[in-house]
Design a protein around this ligand. Structure first.
Ligand code: GDP
Length: 320
């Protein structure tokens, strides 16, 4: 069954939209609200284990609610989870349980929960964690029976009691670096453990390279602060703007990796974007899908961003 039919046939079923904490914005895929209409949505902001302790998590929750409201989604809960470390998964399961059983009748309100999200947000990890939790304890009434049923476009996991979690195919974000990098490079740019945020105090006419994938020239402005919420294994190089081109030409595919040379064709041409930070008071997050985000503040900032023409960026007032 395709997603769009579910809305008509099982309008009471619940959608679990998983988004990546490093790129919540792209997690609200185009056309999602048409696909699911007014079905109930629980949003799971995943990979929360990556966030340093200093980050106030309720800000992330608020920002997520706002983005969901802008999309017109019928959100009934936002949870910050770590599928990997199983943080808050039980809370989510209890919420579903509560929704599922009518208080006064013995009937269930729905039997399916659809896990929806872009590729790599952690859907499989989430489902595996749910299975593990459910098989091991009595706290949640859902128990796994380890049955997989593969349909053309969805995988059903029965968690006992006629309750199914349905994995839907991840939607590949064509505007993300991860769509164009190979396994080795994706490994380098995907954060594994909690981020050691790297902060730079910059003057104008300085440049930051994120590997060889992203170049940020700080052309104008002062009092510039840039904190990089990116994988600890992604090499960041700071240099003077006047030296940047020469450095790039000498060091691409060497010091400035990824990309690797064989990825060159897939990434396509480089494109320049001029980014003005609209005020001097607030932090802004420059989100680069597949990489992470830069938390930026400065006076009268003008930045030139150079990266693959296939990748999109977003500049949002900071969610932190
Ligand atoms: P899917 O494509 O949505 O099914 O995503 P996967 O479950 O395959 O996960 C994609 C990548 O994200 C893998 O490298 C996972 O190990 C990683 N990942 C998934 N959940 C978490 C999490 O909660 N925290 C962290 N740090 N990484 C995660």
């Amino acid at each position: 069954m395709k997603m769009k039919n579910i809305q008509q046939k099982h309008p009471k079923d619940v959608i679990m939209l998983i988004v990546d904490v490093l790129d919540i914005y792209s997690g609200f895929m185009k056309g999602l609200s048409e696909l699911i209409g007014k079905m109930k949505v629980i949003i799971l902001v995943n990979k929360i284990d990556l966030m340093p302790k200093s980050v106030k998590l309720h800000h992330i929750e608020d920002a997520t609610r706002m983005m969901a409201a802008n999309q017109g989604l019928n959100v009934i809960g936002v949870y910050l989870i770590s599928a990997k470390s199983k943080k808050n998964i039980e809370t989510v399961l209890k919420k579903i349980d509560k929704l599922r059983y009518s208080k006064y009748s013995r009937k269930t309100n729905f039997d399916n929960c659809y896990v929806v999200g872009c590729a790599s947000v952690g859907k499989s990890t989430f489902i595996n964690s749910v299975k593990e939790i459910c098989s091991g304890d009595n706290l949640t009434p859902i128990t796994t029976s380890d049955q997989f049923q593969t349909t053309l476009d969805m995988i059903k996991v029965e968690l006992g009691d006629k309750f199914f979690i349905v994995d839907t195919p991840g939607i590949i974000n064509q505007h993300s670096f991860s769509a164009y990098l190979n396994y080795e490079s994706v490994k380098m740019v995907t954060p594994k453990s909690f981020l050691k945020v790297r902060t730079y105090q910059l003057n104008n006419k300085q440049t930051l390279f994120l590997g060889g994938l992203v170049r940020l020239d700080f052309e104008e402005g002062d009092n510039i602060s840039v904190s990089c919420f990116v994988s600890n294994t992604l090499y960041i190089h700071r240099t003077k703007l006047e030296n940047a081109l020469e450095l790039y030409e000498n060091q691409k595919y060497k010091l400035l990796v990824p990309p690797l040379e064989e990825e060159y064709n897939r990434l396509g041409k480089l494109k320049e974007h001029i980014i003005m930070i609209p005020d001097n008071e607030n932090f802004y997050d420059l989100i680069i899908p597949g990489i992470g985000f830069m938390h930026i503040r400065g006076n009268d900032l003008k930045i030139k961003l150079t990266m693959s023409e296939k990748v999109d960026y977003q500049l949002l007032k900071s969610i932190l």
